[in-house]
Design a protein around this ligand. Structure first.
Ligand SMILES: [Zn+2]
Length: 220
């Protein structure tokens, strides 16, 4: 953690690559072109969940242990990296030129206590970058997280599903003209969090098309 932290500090204050710490050239942001070239960019996938229609996930990058994407995501979560979120959002769009733009983007909410501690919601900053690129508005007050669920990292896939099932609640209705919603998450591990939110949306709007966008997908 300390080494990632010192990388982050040197990147922010000295314009160095967040991952390898060499000086950044003009036009590079957060990562140098060499580290950028190491980023593995997966193709979009489609899955069918329960009674939901097919949900397509668009991902910016694969999360490889000790790779540059892991450095970015870590800095995004733990070191107030709003600009990094926007960069990751832009990259989802760059990695997937055939995205069908949704009518609105809804970032996965975090509990207000966590948001207060962190200062921002990392999925919102990703949604802002993606929305800017696609020309799609971001709606961050449609749903809220109602309990501060424990960290997902030590749970089995089944435990994760149960853990997130009842953690979101509806805050305000969507514009009735909205037909297609993009859910934006930071990292997809099992997809349980984003799918729980998709289910909540489908309970209220059965005809809604839903696409999931994530900055990174964890590799097995
Ligand atoms: Zn680098």
């Amino acid at each position: 953690m300390n080494s990632v932290f010192s990388k982050f500090i040197s990147s922010v204050f000295l314009d160095r690559c967040l991952h390898c710490t060499i000086d950044l050239a003009q036009g590079e942001s957060f990562l140098c072109c060499f580290c950028e070239a190491m980023v593995v960019r997966p193709l979009p996938t489609t899955q069918v969940e329960d009674s939901l229609t097919a949900i397509t996930s668009f991902v910016g990058a694969s999360l490889k242990k000790d790779g540059p994407t892991e450095t970015l995501v870590h800095a995004l979560k733990y070191h107030s990296g709003r600009g990094i979120g926007r960069k990751l959002g832009l990259e989802i769009a760059l990695n997937n030129p055939n995205i069908i733009s949704p009518d609105v983007l809804i970032p996965v909410p975090i509990h207000h206590k966590k948001q207060f501690k962190r200062g921002y919601n990392q999925s919102l900053s990703i949604a802002e970058g993606l929305g800017e690129r696609l020309g799609v508005p971001v709606c961050s007050n449609a749903v809220k997280k109602i309990c501060n669920s424990k960290s997902q990292t030590t749970l089995s896939p089944e435990e994760r599903r149960l853990n997130v099932e009842k953690v979101f609640s509806w805050k305000k209705g969507l514009d009735p003209r909205i037909r297609h919603v993009g859910i934006v998450d930071d990292v997809i591990t099992t997809g349980a969090t984003a799918l729980a939110l998709a289910k909540l949306l489908k309970t209220h709007y059965k005809e809604l098309d839903i696409t999931i966008f994530a900055a990174a997908m964890a590799q097995e």
